[in-house]
Design a protein around this ligand. Structure first.
Ligand code: ZN
Ligand code: FE
Length: 253
């Protein structure tokens, strides 16, 4: 039986996620941006929390751990770096597996935004929770890792099947689209950007996205196609990716 996902907005631009294994009724929350918002989502759904799965140590991802554990008794699982702000019951690294009832998440090393950042992938459900690594039309800032590390992480995500549904932790899509349009004149991107601006004007979420759509239109997954525009023809994907990331850091829409 599949995974049921409840997505909710919280803080200024975060998304929180509850994921429920329908076979067993076991429920996980992916990151804890806002304890009160997560607890309210549990009340609204009537689901009882079993696991907290952290992607990385930033307070808008692990800051609610203590309050949610106190309220629910959930087991906290995450990469070791989370211990900077919250104790963990189990430390995971890329290649580990986490069971939620009949659902199995593969832990993927997706470092770069932070050094120990991980993502949680259920192949059976074609679902991946990517925290602040991959965004709709964007990618996370490199606070701790190198461009090479982030490019490896994004490449691992891009290798997942095109149909994989991608749950990103922030609604950054409209500003990502403005940057993407500044480096890529493909008609497919222009069409997607129009749809995004219209959705945001209606107050709709643009998350989740899908791997295939990101591979076709996200500039950070298309360094080969954008090397010429960036004045870096013939350079490596890592080099072009690094230039794109640096350009985005300095971009004012
Ligand atoms: Zn972060
Ligand atoms: Fe974040």
């Amino acid at each position: 039986m599949p995974l049921q996902i409840h997505q909710f907005a919280c803080l200024s631009d975060n998304y929180g996620f509850l994921a429920r294994d329908l076979a067993s009724g076991q429920t996980a929350c992916i990151d804890t941006p806002d304890a009160d918002a997560v607890l309210a989502a549990l009340t609204a759904t009537g689901w009882a929390l079993n696991l907290i799965l952290n992607t990385h140590w930033h307070p808008d991802h692990a800051g609610g751990n203590a309050k949610i554990k106190a309220a629910t008794g959930a087991t906290i699982i995450g990469p070791q770096e989370v211990e900077k702000i919250s104790p963990l019951d189990r430390i995971v690294v890329g290649g580990d597996r986490v069971a939620l009832g009949e659902t199995e998440f593969a832990v993927m090393d997706t470092g770069g935004h932070t050094l120990g950042h991980v993502s949680y992938y259920s192949a059976k459900d074609q679902t991946v929770f990517v925290g602040d690594t991959l965004f709709a039309l964007g990618c996370g800032r490199l606070f701790e890792g190198t461009p090479d590390q982030m490019w490896s992480s994004l490449s691992r995500l891009a290798d997942l099947p095109d149909e994989t549904v991608v749950y990103c932790a922030h609604e950054y899509t409209a500003s990502n689209a403005r940057f993407a349009l500044s480096v890529d004149d493909s008609p497919e991107l222009a069409r997607r950007a129009d749809a995004i601006f219209a959705a945001r004007a209606r107050g709709e979420a643009t998350v989740p996205t899908q791997i295939g759509l990101e591979k076709a239109t996200n500039p950070f997954l298309r360094p080969r196609a954008l090397a010429g525009t960036m004045g870096l023809s013939g350079q490596s994907d890592e080099t072009v990716f690094a230039a794109l990331r640096a350009a985005k850091d300095g971009f004012k829409a």
